[in-house]
Design a protein around this ligand. Structure first.
Ligand code: PMV
Length: 313
């Protein structure tokens, strides 16, 4: 074990196309947002103190040996220790994040990935992305119940990913870097509740929802091709169509429709909600010369914050 302070980070993510239908086996694509990050640092502490985890943004502090098994950060630490066959170190792990919580940017996942990376590095054997992703998936189950696995994959690999549940993730390349404006509706969204509501609706009308899921899956496939070819106009149209289908699925809100419409009217190539919906964020595909207009329009339409992310390049 090293006796030095170790710091590791992990990015935010955004789902470009395919949220919700990905839970039902259809493809989805997601990209990391590398400029927004969660951080974990691990430093040695006096002998016998055990592992103490401090989540600065949440104001939580917990001692691993006293923590509940279903506490996500404690579970992450336990999984790393089990995976390395390592005893609990005497150390303090401190976590912080730039990411807004409960808004579809993967804040909980990014914290888990940063924690797994930092703790394993502190213990002298950094875990590979596949293992970090698999361990994080176990923690996602505590957060979300039935996660598809897309969030842990895109964040642990920090690469664009084409994801079909149950198949190995396909990493793909971005032909031409593109610009997203991410806008926060200010409405906290629960992924668990939103996924559960879609499940109830699907159970009540499986063929109708099956068709929606199929259409979204086809959109995700076409969106991957658009990103790989640099066909940004086409990608914008696919964003719009995906948003319409998510609205039919019942996961949009008036506020999210208002933000996506405002972005399009101000010149965005396309816009959609991202993540579980019912609040959280929308993404707008913008060109550099419309970025400021779209940002102003989003703020005027009720966004409480916007972020510009360059994807790829
Ligand atoms: O809201 P987020 O960022 O956790 O995204 C959830 C994506 C869903 O497709 C709705 C659920 C999942 O597990 O893939």
């Amino acid at each position: 074990m090293t006796a030095q302070v170790v710091e590791r980070t992990a990015p935010a993510k955004t789902i470009l196309c395919g949220e919700h239908s990905v839970v039902y086996g259809r493809p989805a694509i997601a990209v990391p947002v590398s400029t927004m990050r969660a951080r974990a640092s691990v430093s040695p502490s006096p002998k016998g103190s055990g592992l103490i985890i401090k989540a600065l943004d949440l104001g939580h502090e917990l001692v691993l040996r006293n923590a509940r098994q279903d506490q996500p950060l404690a579970r992450m630490a336990q999984l790393v220790l089990e995976s390395l066959g390592s005893p609990e170190p005497d150390a303090v792990m401190t976590l912080s994040s730039d990411l807004p919580v409960a808004s579809g940017m993967g804040s909980g996942t990014a914290i888990s990935v940063a924690a797994a990376r930092a703790l394993s590095a502190f213990l002298g054997s950094e875990l590979p992305p596949e293992t970090v992703s698999a361990l994080t998936y176990e923690v996602e189950k505590i957060h979300h119940g039935t996660p598809s696995g897309i969030d842990n994959t895109v964040i642990a690999f920090e690469q664009p990913v084409y994801f079909v549940r149950g198949s190995p993730p396909e990493l793909f390349r971005i032909h031409t870097p593109f610009h997203l404006l991410i806008a926060n509706s200010g409405i906290a969204a629960s992924t668990r509740d939103s996924v559960a509501e879609v499940r109830h609706r699907w159970e009540a009308a499986p063929s109708y929802y099956g068709i929606i899921f199929d259409c979204i899956g086809a959109i995700a496939q076409a969106a991957r091709a658009a990103v790989e070819q640099g066909a940004l106009q086409a990608l914008g149209v696919l964003f719009n169509e995906n948003h319409e289908l998510l609205a039919r699925m019942g996961v949009s809100l008036y506020q999210l429709d208002r933000l996506t419409s405002a972005a399009r009217a101000a010149g965005a190539l396309g816009a959609k909600l991202t993540g579980s919906g019912q609040g959280g964020n929308i993404i707008a595909l913008v060109e550099p010369d419309t970025l400021d207009d779209v940002r102003q329009a989003l703020l005027a339409a009720g966004a409480i914050a916007t972020w510009h992310a360059t994807i790829g390049g």
